[in-house]
Ligand binder design. Structure first.
Ligand code: AMP
Ligand code: MG
Length: 409
């Protein structure tokens, strides 16, 4: 049977970043940049004062001491946003505010609190370093300097720097629309009291939230009835209007599992079905109209884990992000854990990880059955038990996928 890492690799190989588009900077937060962006101008654009104080020539106050202060004539003042038209004469100073362009002739700024002063004079009791408190044009970013690399996630910091360099619009990989189809005649909306034999549809909300959290646009579809025609009709609509389709439930070998036959009736290319993993064994992956379709098992834990481990990196690739995977670390599993027997499958366990003395300690969040959704509540990582590992002793080493950390390394 196909292994987890092979299956994930197959998915990623089938996908490519979406067509880039330009969006206003205010809509770009969280998206990946579609080109290397270079600063078209130096930042700051002109040499300016870093302090409220007096602009002067450092050479005018070389001999200043407490006992023999040097007094300069103040010829005017300069606010941020205005420009001094006249060059400054030697022996004079200009009152200057933070951000105001340095007047011609001045090379240094003395902060106001380091002086004695009056309306038309200023006194220095010690010399001033040449260039003190002056911000040079281009010292933050030179003209042509690289601001962000292709594939970089735009965080508030990148947005601020791009604004300062004049990018009112940025080329990004746009958000992908992800259709979410839940199947199961037993399901009712979460605001409804379930009748006999019914349960609430958790997946439509959990998966929508996961897609939103990674920057995609979830499109929750009306629940799909368990029939081949029902599945086929919903899939047809989903594939037309979205960039990726997720179905949950109905992908196993039960009598009412219609996702596979529905996809086949539409002519979807079966890429794989079933992976040696637990939970999530019956995961299926198809391509239809060059768009990916994930057939995800219905158990809510399995469904969420499959989105985390497969759909998230897949969608990140489609949305052009440079880093696809969450950080991985080795940690210590606090409780002993064993498979019910050697099964050659990867197992994903929900764990709460905390750091102690530089080591990551992972504690199981409770029973690990794939129907036990409350095991997600305290989890901030997945412990990944390899195909060939059958047991981990208490205190044994375990691979962790840190599912609350961003894919930044
Ligand atoms: P299935 O994959 O359709 O065989 O479903 C496996 C189990 O998951 C069954 O117990 C279903 O009732 C349950 N299940 C399927 N879909 C959902 C859903 N959307 N929300 C909550 N439970 C579900
Ligand atoms: Mg079902």
């Amino acid at each position: 049977m196909l292994k987890f890492l092979e299956a994930r690799q197959i998915v990623l190989e089938r996908l490519a970043p979406r067509e880039p588009k330009r969006v206003p900077l205010a809509q770009a937060l969280g998206l990946a940049v579609a080109e290397d962006l270079h600063s078209p101008e130096p930042v700051p654009p002109f040499t300016n004062s870093a302090m409220d104080g007096f602009a002067l020539r450092a050479s005018d106050c070389t001999g200043a001491t407490q006992d023999t202060p040097i007094r300069l004539r103040v010829t005017g003042d300069l606010a941020a946003g205005s420009v001094a038209l006249e060059p400054m004469a030697p022996g004079t100073a200009l009152r200057i505010m933070t951000g105001a362009p340095m007047p011609m002739g001045a090379d240094s700024v003395i902060p106001i609190e380091h002086t004695r002063h009056d309306a038309d004079w200023v006194e220095l009791a010690k010399p001033l370093r040449l260039g003190a408190n002056v911000r040079l044009a281009g010292e933050d970013l030179p003209e042509g300097g690289l601001v962000v690399k292709l594939g970089t996630t735009l965080r508030p910091g990148e947005i601020g720097v791009l604004a300062s360099t004049g990018f009112a619009e940025v080329p990004v990989f746009p958000r992908a629309r992800v259709a979410i189809l839940t199947t199961g005649d037993e399901l009712v909306d979460c605001g409804t009291r379930p009748g006999p034999g019914q349960i609430r549809d958790a997946n439509i909300h959990a998966l929508s939230a996961q897609i939103t959290a990674l920057g995609g646009i979830p499109i929750p579809f009306p629940r799909v009835v368990d029939s081949r025609e029902g599945v086929e009709a919903a899939l047809r609509q989903a594939i037309e209007s979205c960039d990726m389709v997720l179905t949950t439930g109905g992908v196993s070998v039960g009598d009412y599992d219609f996702v596979k036959p529905g996809l086949e009736a539409l002519g979807a290319e079966p890429v794989f079905w079933r992976v040696a993993q637990k939970p999530g064994g019956p995961l299926g992956f198809w391509m239809l109209n060059r768009k990916p379709v994930f057939g995800i098992p219905g158990n809510p834990v399995a469904a969420m884990l499959m989105v985390e481990e497969y759909v998230r990196p897949a969608l990140r690739k489609m949305m052009g992000f440079g880093h696809l995977f969450r950080p991985e670390r080795m940690g210590i599993l606090e409780q002993a854990w064993r498979k019910s027997g050697p099964d050659g499958k990867v197992h994903f366990l929900r764990v709460a990880v905390r750091e102690k003395d530089g080591l990551l300690h992972a504690s199981l969040t409770g029973p690990q059955g794939s129907g036990i959704l409350s095991s997600m509540l305290k989890a901030n990582a997945l412990a990944v038990i390899r195909e060939d590992e059958d047991a981990i002793p208490a205190g044994g080493a375990v691979l962790l996928h840190l599912s609350e950390m961003t894919e930044s390394e």
